[in-house]
Design a protein around this ligand. Structure first.
Ligand code: 5GP
Length: 201
């Protein structure tokens, strides 16, 4: 019998509309390492947008100037990068590769266009989409966050419709209706993927 266990960590890509609750779900999952088969690390991506009042550089994002960002693009330092809502966002290539090589699962929380670019470059990436129970509930959560102007809210709701249309490209869909169930679904998906007998590609 040929028994082999892959040591490299998974690349897990999470997408979903703004305010669907991606950060809250990920925070809860990472608080429960006993539910996971491998250490899971969340990738801190780079952005040229300004920090929100509660955000810190190197914790929520690496906040770059446009010049700094494009210097990294020139060096081919991003696994993928995209312009989202008028700002640049990019995933640091070397950090992701290093952590996976050391055996950790890496989670990227990126937009739909970035997720599809990652899938082209890393064919065994696992794509998971978080969707709200309804668009009305998404609008309520977006307003409750109180961080966007009316114009930004309207734009994010329009983008949400376009993002939801891309769900068929994802391997799994998790509905964030109650937080507990969404976290439990995500943990179950990761456990099941680690038990799979065949590669995803
Ligand atoms: P926010 O500005 O609300 O933090 O993020 C806006 C969108 O950009 C979200 O959908 C978020 O997942 C996405 N995003 C964050 N980092 C990256 C990245 O490195 N690449 C791409 N393509 N999207 C990102």
């Amino acid at each position: 019998m040929n028994v082999s266990v892959a040591d490299e960590g998974f690349l897990i890509v999470i997408s979903g509309p703004s305010a669907v609750g991606k950060d809250t779900i990920l925070d809860c999952l990472l608080d429960k390492p006993d539910q996971l088969k491998k250490p899971v690390l969340r990738c801190i991506t780079a952005t040229t947008r300004s920090p929100r009042p509660d955000e810190r550089d190197g914790v929520d994002y690496h906040f770059f100037s446009v010049g700094e960002f494009h210097a990294v693009v020139q060096q081919d330092g991003f696994l993928e990068y995209a312009n989202v809502f008028g700002n640049w966002y990019g995933t640091p290539l070397s950090w992701v590769a290093e952590q996976r090589a050391m055996g950790s699962d890496v989670i990227l929380k990126i937009d739909v266009q970035g997720a599809l670019k990652v899938k082209e470059r890393v064919q065994d990436a696992l794509l998971i989409f978080f969707r709200p129970p309804s668009l009305e509930e998404l609008e309520r959560r977006l307003r409750a966050r109180n961080t966007e102007t009316e114009e930004q809210i309207a734009r994010r709701l329009l983008d949400a419709r376009n993002e939801l249309a891309q769900m068929p490209h994802y391997d799994y869909i998790v509905v964030n209706d109650t937080l507990e169930e969404a976290v439990s679904d995500l943990a179950a998906i990761l456990r099941a993927e680690h038990c799979k007998t065949r590669p995803r590609i």
